[in-house]
Ligand binder design. Structure first.
Ligand SMILES: [Zn+2]
Length: 301
């Protein structure tokens, strides 16, 4: 299975910053060590052209991102110090999702070992998210005439406000976000379906809620392509998440989402989204398990 990464494009971060910059290289090593992918199946993502980003995001915002002229307030909301390297990496992260989504349309499944930057909206870049990779990928594939209707299954513990801002009113896409009720963002933008999960919820009730949400979403979406944000932050040890899923529960979540979508004949592009375990290796474990479930199903459509 081909996967995409942008792990070598790092950017300056203050010591002990919460953004898990090391996760990406560790994950690349891990999926190869596990035998999930061979070293030559790991592709390095290209940086997307600015025009593709401006087709989705407000051009004035893109101009500020490009030139480092974000306001103090925007800078604080983003939560990452601006640098040319940060912007380059962000463009490559989007490139990986486009490539993975394109492969999904051909083969049924694709995965970016990154992406899922769901807090970026039309005129805002926040919560560690510069660009909304999923919305840009969908925009590109539509521009190429390859797809029209899409479903977003966002299982990151934080609500997908940026994706809702960009796609929530789009009649040809259905956005589903399943998230911790007491996790930020606290001022939400409505998805087509938002499912608030109470703090402390464990595997069984979570999986039940997810199953019901998919039951509701699938017939309404009539999707030709799905994006699955397999966030690692609903894990019980996550520093930001307030849910209590085990690693086994998260793996069952991945299986449920992938199997339901593939059973419906819907190609799936998988992206990572968040994960903030105290020990970064726990986040890598969870992401690697997702990759293994994806690999097990390649050729399933
Ligand atoms: Zn998150």
């Amino acid at each position: 299975m081909l996967v995409w990464t942008h792990d070598r494009w790092r950017f300056p971060l203050p010591a002990r910053h919460r953004f898990p910059l090391d996760k990406y290289a560790l994950l690349r090593e891990r999926v190869v060590a596990d035998g999930t992918v061979s070293p030559d199946e790991v592709r390095e993502s290209d940086a997307v052209p600015w025009e593709w980003l401006e087709a989705v995001h407000e051009p004035a915002l893109m101009q500020r991102v490009r030139t480092g002229r974000l306001s103090v307030r925007e800078q604080r909301g983003l939560g990452l110090p601006w640098s040319d390297a940060l912007v380059e990496r962000g463009r490559r992260s989007v490139g990986g999702t486009i490539a993975a989504a394109s492969l999904a349309l051909e083969n049924g499944l694709g995965m970016n070992l990154g992406g899922g930057t769901h807090h970026a909206g039309r005129s805002f870049a926040r919560g560690f998210c510069l660009f909304n990779d999923v919305a840009v990928a969908l925009s590109r594939l539509r521009a190429e005439g390859r797809v029209r209707r899409a479903l977003v299954v966002d299982c990151d513990v934080h609500q997908g406000d940026g994706t809702a801002d960009l796609l929530g009113r789009d009649p040809d896409s259905f956005t589903l976000s399943l998230h911790g009720s007491r996790n930020c963002p606290f001022q939400r933008i409505a998805s087509d379906l938002d499912v608030d999960i109470p703090s402390g919820t464990g595997d069984e009730p979570y999986l039940h809620a997810l199953d019901e949400a998919l039951e509701h979403a699938l017939p309404r979406a009539r999707a030709e392509l799905a994006f699955y944000l397999a966030g690692a932050d609903p894990w019980e040890g996550d520093r930001l998440g307030r849910l209590r899923l085990t690693k086994t529960g998260l793996r069952a979540r991945d299986e449920l989402v992938l199997d339901r979508l593939l059973d419906e004949g819907i190609p799936v592009c998988v992206v990572l989204a968040g994960g903030y375990a105290e020990d970064i290796r726990d986040t890598v474990d969870i992401n690697a398990a997702t990759a293994a479930e994806v690999a097990r199903r390649t050729g399933a459509l």
